[in-house]
Design a protein around this ligand. Structure first.
Ligand SMILES: [Zn+2]
Length: 111
């Protein structure tokens, strides 16, 4: 099995041959380039980590929303203080993950 990358939109197809048309942008088969073994290994090796980071982003978004509800509920100063810390952690960690994923993409650990 090989990985084929659309040179127009970066869609990656897995198979013995490239598809007739790119499912994402509609480019013809000729626009697909077979990825080298090294390129393919980087993509395949990084998928699990990238998916996990994306899942973590969803959880952090939920944490930020829950923290905001606690802040709005404002039962007492202790609750608000903890919630503010939770929200700050969620927002800062989200930015760290986004930066890391951008680094992955620039190092071809994406796709
Ligand atoms: Zn495409």
């Amino acid at each position: 099995m090989y990985l084929w990358k659309c040179q127009i939109c970066n869609y990656i197809h897995e198979g013995a041959e490239p598809p007739e048309r790119c499912p994402k942008c509609g480019a013809p088969r000729e626009q697909f380039k077979q990825m080298s073994e090294q390129e393919a290994q980087l993509v395949l090796r990084s998928r699990k980590s990238n998916y996990l980071h994306v899942r973590a982003l969803a959880l952090l978004k939920e944490l930020a929303a829950v923290a905001e509800e606690i802040i709005q509920d404002s039962l007492d100063p202790g609750c608000v203080k903890i919630a503010a810390e939770e929200k700050e952690f969620a927002l800062r960690t989200t930015q760290k993950i986004l930066a890391e994923l951008e680094t992955h993409a620039k190092k071809n650990k994406w796709g």
